[in-house]
Design a protein around this ligand. Structure first.
Ligand SMILES: [Zn+2]
Length: 91
């Protein structure tokens, strides 16, 4: 497994049974959000929805629970693609 995760949350298993782990920080008293995020990611995994809308790769563990693209590059390429499509420049 990769080193320490900056967001204290990682996907343990991308296959059923899906498993998302989170590091508990009891002293912050802020586990609610992190747990909600873990649950959201887990739901998307179960729906097979945890992948990049552009390149189809699995999203990195540290992406937001509502992320749609694996990286800025994909997000921008998708946005550009959408824009071109709208302008009808289908070359
Ligand atoms: Zn991507």
């Amino acid at each position: 497994m990769p080193g320490p995760n900056p967001h204290e949350l990682w996907i343990e298993s991308h296959e059923p049974p899906y498993q998302v782990c989170l590091q508990a920080y009891f002293w912050t008293g802020n586990n609610g959000n992190r747990q909600a995020r873990a649950v959201a990611v887990l739901r998307r995994l179960a729906r097979r929805d945890w992948f990049c809308r552009w390149c189809g790769q699995d999203l990195p563990d540290w992406r937001r629970a509502d992320a749609r693209y694996c990286c800025e590059g994909c997000r921008k390429r998708a946005a550009r693609d959408r824009r071109i499509g709208r302008e009808g420049g289908g070359r």
